[in-house]
Design a protein around this ligand. Structure first.
Ligand code: KMT
Ligand code: NI
Length: 174
């Protein structure tokens, strides 16, 4: 993990010097949860089945993010990298390739989360975040959702929205 802030190529690691690693515990305090699974068996994986059942992730689809497979690739990647939030949790499971999710911490710093094959992550509703491919320019991800998916993104600033207020309140006392 690292903290990107510069105008440099978004696909680069953007680690601070010296590097400032962020623990999974710190991510949990932001409401971000992580599992490591075996992506080679995702179609039959009982561990994934259990998570889906326990969390109510009834919906799933698979998105392949590569210039030859994703319609409107450039435009979508640009949109994914704009700082935004959603009204629901964003749940992504990397099946192949790799990518970065950036999330804001309590002090507005960016935390860059390097996602590799087998990483499943949940970003809470109301957290400001963004997504980018890395220099390999390819990932395949499963998108999970509770009920019918809503992909709508609210670009920052969305500070007056109920979901943002609820999220900010949930951080207090951490
Ligand atoms: C989002 O809303 O940030 C995304 O859907 C990111 C791309 S899906 C791997
Ligand atoms: Ni998002």
């Amino acid at each position: 993990m690292a903290t990107p802030n510069s105008e440099e190529d978004q696909r680069k690691p953007h680690k601070l010097t010296p590097d400032q690693p962020v623990s999974l515990e710190e991510l949990r305090q932001l409401g971000v949860f992580h599992w490591k699974l075996n992506a080679d068996i995702y179609e039959t994986d009982p561990e994934l089945e259990k998570i889906r059942k326990d969390q109510g992730y009834s919906y799933m689809d698979i998105i392949s993010i590569h210039k030859d497979t994703l319609p409107n690739y450039e435009e979508k990647l640009k949109r994914f990298f704009e700082e935004h939030l959603h009204l629901d949790d964003e749940i992504r499971y990397i099946l192949d390739g790799q990518a970065y999710f950036d999330v804001r911490d309590q002090e507005e710093r960016w935390i860059r989360i390097a996602m590799r094959k087998g990483d499943l992550i949940t970003l809470p509703a109301g957290i400001y975040h963004r997504f980018t491919l890395d220099e390999t320019n390819y990932t395949k991800a499963m998108r999970l959702f509770v009920g019918e998916p809503v992909w709508k993104a609210y670009n920052r600033p969305a500070d007056d929205s109920d979901i943002r207020k609820k999220y900010v309140t949930s951080l207090q006392g951490c």
